[in-house]
Structures are given as C-alpha cells and as structure tokens.
Design a binder for this molecule. Sequence first.
Ligand code: SF4
Ligand code: SF4
Length: 460
Amino acid sequence: METETLPLTPPDQVLSTLNPDGTRRWLAPRLSKGRFWRRRRVLGYFLMVLFNVLPWIQIGGKPAMRLDVLQREFTFFGVAFQPTETVLVVALFLTAFLGIFLLTALFGRVWCGWACPQTVYLEFLYRPLERLIEGKAYSKGPDAVSKGRKLLKLLVFFLVSLHLSHTFLAYFVGPHTVLEWSLGSPTEHPGGFAMVWFVTLLMLIDFASFREQMCTLACPYGRLQSALVDPNSIVIGYDTTRGEPRGKGKRGTEKTAALGDCIDCKLCVAVCPTGIDIRDGLQMECVNCAECIDACDSVMDRIGLDRGLVRYASENELAGGERKVVRVRTVLYSVGLVVAFVTLLFFLGSRKDTLVSVLRIRNVPFMTLADGRISNPVKLRIENRAPEARTYSVTPTQAGYLTMPESLSIEVGPGGTEELIFNVLVDASVFVGGQAPLELVVGDGAGFQTSLERTLLGPR
Ligand code: SF4
Ligand code: SF4
C-alpha cells in the first residue's frame, strides 16, 4: 500500500520496525565484526554454556540455581530461600534490582546489549544460523528466501528452541526430572510435557519472528530506561559536533571542506538490530549492542579519520561537557544496594541449621471423624542445612490435641529436605468461628527446637 493512499498518513516514522502502512518492517541487520562484537561474542558463548550447565551444578548438595515453584523454594548459588524467609527474599530481590538500577544509571542499557538472553541467543545463535541457512538471500528479506531454506531454518530453530525449553524447565524442576520426563511417556507427565511444548512454541515465535520487538515493545526493563538513565549515564551516541553536517564525498577536498566526518554511508543503520539511526540521538529502541560503533569505526579506518564518531559516552560528554559519576541517583542506588546486601549477608549468617515451614494442603481443609473429632491435614517441610543427618520430632503443645500417626519423627539427611504429612485431631468444641489455634514444637533432641503456629479449620 502506498503511503499517499492511506487515510491517515503518519507525519514521520513512528516505529523502526513498522512500515508507514503499519506492516512489519523486517530487519536483516548486517554484521560488523569489530572489537565490541568480538568481546560480546566471547561473553555470549560463555553465557550460553553457563545457561546450559548451571542446572546441573550442585553447591553443597544444593542446586546452583533453582526456582522450585512446586516445593516453593528458590536456590541461588547453593543457598536455599523459602517464601517464609521474607526478609531474606526481600533483601535478595532488592540487591538484584538496585544492582541493575545502579548499573543502568552508570552504564545505560549495557545489560541488554551484552548479557540479556534475548540478545545473546538472537545475535549469537539464531541469527548466525539464519545467515548460514539463507545465504545470500538473507539480506534481501524473507521473500527472497526459497521455501526449502525457510523450512530448514524453521526446523533448525525448532530443534534449538526445543533444547532450550528443556534447559529452561530444568531451572524449575531440576535436570534429572526433566530427563526422566523426556524419556518417559507424555501421559505420565502431561503438565511437564505441555510446559515444554508451550515454552518451545514461545521461543520459536520470539526468535523466528517477534525478535527485536521484544526489546522495543514488550520488555518492561526497556520501558524503564527513561527513568533510570540521565545525561551522565554512558550510552552509545553519535558525536553531532564532529559528524555534522553529514554528506558523501572524500574528505580533505575543497568540495567536502564544509562537511563533518559523517559520510552518510548509513552503515551504522544497516547493522542496527533494532533498525534505528543512532544519529537521531538517544532512543528507547537502542539496546546498546555497540554494532553501530564497530560499523562506524570500520568506516573511519577506511577513510583515514579517527575512530569514535559513534562511541560509548554520556550525553553530556557528546555535547562537549563532562560526565559526573557521583550524582543523587547513583548515591541513592549505591547506599540502597549496600544496605540490602549487608542485610542479606547478616540474615544469611544468622540462619539456623534447620528451617521448618508449614505448607498448605490444597482441597482438604478438614474432616469430621465418626467420633465427632475434627481432623486437619498438616504438611511440614524440614530442611536440614547441617553437614550430618538429623532426626526431628514433632509434637503439638496444647492439651487435647493428638496427631495421627501418634508419634511423629523424620530423619533428614545432610543438606536435605523432607516433608512430613500428618493429621491433627481435636475436639469440635475447640473451634470458635470455624477456627482453632495450633502450636507445634519441632526439635532434633540435640539443641535445635522451634515452635510453629497455624490455624486449624473446623465447623462454624
Ligand atoms: S543504535 Fe547502535 S547500539 Fe543501539 S541498537 Fe542500534 S546498533 Fe545497537
Ligand atoms: S557509519 Fe559513521 S559515517 Fe557512516 S553514516 Fe553512520 S555515523 Fe556516518
């Protein structure tokens, strides 16, 4: 559709990924193998290997990284966090968020360009595979690619996504469980099976089609940029003073004497994975990948001018001023980060050897027994962080409260976690408004003892 025939003509390009008629502008960025690309590639390969091996690594008998939703436990570098450890979990997340805020205030969107899985996998796995499979047709757009190559690309992308989705799932249920599920029948693990296919499909859509729109439209971190970055943050920018007025032509001649250093070759635009022109100034679509620096440096080398027309610099520096590192936001983020990190270390250091939590058993609130007593199911999760096995006993403290089975004890191996499920029996007269208090004492007979409170449910 021609722009002139549109009922509403956009005054300018609205999005780098949209044509004026609203259709998708497919990007096929060229590759510029400069110094930053080489460094990013080394880091990218390292991160890809790390992503794949991390679920298998154990530290002190615990996974290096696991977000066990079913068991409600988050393990980070061998340290297990449970939702009941509110202060620890809050301190951990605050440390992570403030660290990212500080990094962004200092170095802009460096995470996006160098370490985000979206960029790493797209630029160093999916796109290289695409270039390899499509060959010369890659730069001419999808219409120029033969059906056979398109199918082959889809198949390869699918296999890569399938592998990645299995690895991704391993962060939630563990690699051995994923392996067991993969080798078993799908009917035995329909939930896991569905999850793998769902994640595979999402990855395939993302890396085969959605691509840079994840960074420019969907990612919340990208949207936060305007709040986190200021004119003193290091971004990737174009030196307008040096580059303008731009214009083609050999430099150093009378004809080009009035021109700046930018020869308007548009190589910086051709390599940009989000399709923007860095010469238009700082834009939210820029993911700080440094491809345009490498591209422009190669042009400057070729025409004999100094590198750095496009470079890492703050907006103030690009405008001829200086960059201030110490500013209100960097001070606040740093102080917050130190407080959160010290809190995290303090609470980690003062943790007990044993962690006991009461878990909810869904769908079975209580039962009325034949003798009129009320039975409530209770699930305890006991984590033994000590280097030796321990046996824990559980006893209700209130008179008239019994458990079934009567004697409750469980052995938990070193660094292990076990669950104990039992019923608490109590007379119906104890319940007021359908609720009764329960206090349990858990001890290992060797110095550890803790009490837990819970509300039992019963007839109103
Ligand atoms: S403008 Fe440069 S740094 Fe930003 S996304 Fe494009 S190529 Fe990467
Ligand atoms: S690559 Fe450099 S010289 Fe070429 S258009 Fe971009 S800024 Fe100008």
